[in-house]
Every structure is written in C-alpha cells, then in structure tokens.
Design a protein around this ligand. Structure first.
Ligand code: PAF
Length: 295
C-alpha cells in the first residue's frame, strides 16, 4: 500500500516507521512542505528514510492518516484539499473531540474516519521514536454515511499487520468519549501539578479526581453515553496505572511552552455540559488554569 502520514510527531513517526518496516510506501507530510525526506530511527533499529511532502503523490495513496494534534487539524489538512481525490479515506488520530467539525464544507465529499489509540510513543528528538506502550487502535465513521467498505477493511488489515491491533469500531463516538474522559482528568491535572500520570493515584489527589469523574459522567449520560460511574472510574485508574511513568501530552505541552489541546478536551466537555445546563465547577477551574499556564 501507499499511505500518507500527515504529522510526524511521536505517533505519526511510529506509524510511518512501522508501515515502512512492513513493506509499504510511506509519504510523510510535515509542517515544512519544503522538506523532501525525513530520517528517523524506531527504538534501537537502523534509520528509516521516508520521502516527504511531494503533494502530487497524495493522489496515489490508498489512505491518509492524520496524526497532528486536534489544534492543528484544520491548518494541516486544508492546504492538501486540491491534491486529495474524494475516494481516499482520511483517518484522523488525535486526542480530544470536535476538531473535524471545524473543517470547511468542501470536505463533505471526502470519506472521513476517526481513530483512537492506546499505543504510546515518545519522540526524544527529531530523529528518533520510541514505542513506549503497546495498545489497540479503533477506527470508525465520522458521519453515519461512512461505512466499513471492502476497500477500508483491507486497509485496516494492513494497518493491523504493521502495528497491531487495529480494529473497526461501529460506535467510535463511544470509544472517543471514554478517551475524552481519561484525557479530561489526567491531562490537565498532570500539567497543573507537574506530575507523572501515576502520581495522580496518590491520596492527596483523590477528592479532585472523583469530582472530575463525577462531572464528566453526568455529561456522558446526558449525551447518551451510558457507562456506569464505577466502570468509568476503574478505566481512568487503569490508564493511570498503565501509563504511570509517563508525562501526559498536556504536561509535555506546558513544559515545552506549546499550545495544549485543552479546547478539544475540557473545552469540548464544557460545551456539551452547557447544552444540558450541567454545572462543571471542577472542569471549569482546570480549564481556566490551563489557559493561564498557556499564556
Ligand atoms: O494525552 C496523553 O498523554 C494520553 O492520551 C494519556 C492516555 C493521558 C496517557 O498519557
């Protein structure tokens, strides 16, 4: 297959190297379109040389995976519009929700898919990526009109072979809401308290963690995401344990003085809460604090 990867951050680099290792042609699209190739090593392996930014090649790709952050989706994808025939599936993989709702109407003809993953990667520098956690990736439809076609099914099989497990999800919104709840608790708290994910399991954070999960659960129920409060709390705790030694992406963004994804994480949750007049004092407070830290 020929696959385009838009965004060569940690997850984009992981996908690019794993797909090339599995024998596929990869085309990297980076922020700087004048860059003609990228050179990157995966874990302890030799370097992969990946062609980059020949936008005319986009039309020959079987699928494009967009791994830029939710805050960069619009600016990364809009300039590619004229190069992308409407038959190519576009798979978006990022934290948070609502980023695709910002795309201009011109994208209505394109098959758009959303993905969520528990794979973890870390990019210590621009030439190296480390696969730090083995997980699962789910892909599902952005709109109800998008179905699992035979073409997409075979793409998913190839993706699964390169970086397992990759699976189709009939209700991707529910997987995205669960991930959103995880991010709404772990990301702002670790960024504000400057701690690793696992430190949130300490007793001093429990009252706050509980209130955040409660508020989030109320909104999930209001939007029709029926998951028990216990299951949601257990899931969030499991992620804190599984990623205990990691610094969350928001912690890293604040640390490196980059914009965070707060608008598409807590911001999205607060917008939904507003629709149903649900009081969210704890998430409001974290949202404000992250906005201050961003400044
Ligand atoms: O954004 C992140 O860092 C990750 O989604 C998660 C799951 C919180 C683990 O660090």
């Amino acid at each position: 297959m020929k696959i385009g990867i838009v965004g060569i951050g940690a997850l984009g680099s992981l996908w690019a190297t794993k797909l090339q290792q599995d024998g596929h042609d990869v085309l990297a699209i980076t922020r700087d379109h004048s860059q003609r190739s990228i050179s990157i090593s995966l874990d302890q392996q030799a370097k992969f040389e990946i062609p980059a930014n020949d936008l005319t090649q986009l039309s020959t790709c079987q699928a494009i995976i967009i791994t830029v952050k939710s805050t960069q989706v619009k600016q990364a994808i809009e300039p590619l519009f004229t190069y992308l025939p409407t038959k190519i599936p576009l798979i978006f993989l990022h934290n948070g929700m609502g980023a695709l709702d910002q795309l201009s109407e011109q994208w209505n003809q394109h098959p758009l898919f959303l993905a969520t993953t528990t794979q973890a990667a870390f990019k210590p520098n621009s030439q190296q990526v480390k696969h730090t956690g083995i997980g699962q990736t789910f892909i599902g439809a952005y709109r109800e009109t998008e179905k699992l076609t035979a073409q997409l099914d075979s793409i998913i099989q190839e993706l699964d072979s390169a970086l397992p497990k990759v699976m189709w999800h009939n209700h991707i919104q529910s997987a995205l809401w669960k991930k959103l709840a995880i991010n709404c608790v772990i990301n702002p708290m670790t960024a504000i308290y400057q701690c690793k994910n696992g430190e949130l399991l300490q007793s001093q954070y429990q009252t706050e963690v509980k209130s955040l999960i409660n508020e989030c659960h109320q909104v999930m129920q209001a939007v029709g995401q029926n998951q028990s409060l216990n299951d949601l709390s257990d899931r969030i705790k499991q992620v804190m344990i599984a990623t205990s030694d990691n610094f969350s992406s928001m912690h890293q963004d604040i640390h490196h003085k980059r914009p965070t994804e707060i608008e598409f994480i807590t911001g999205f949750l607060l917008k939904q809460a507003q629709r149903y007049a649900i009081d969210m004092p704890n998430h409001q407070r974290l949202f404000k604090k992250i906005k201050q830290l961003e400044k």
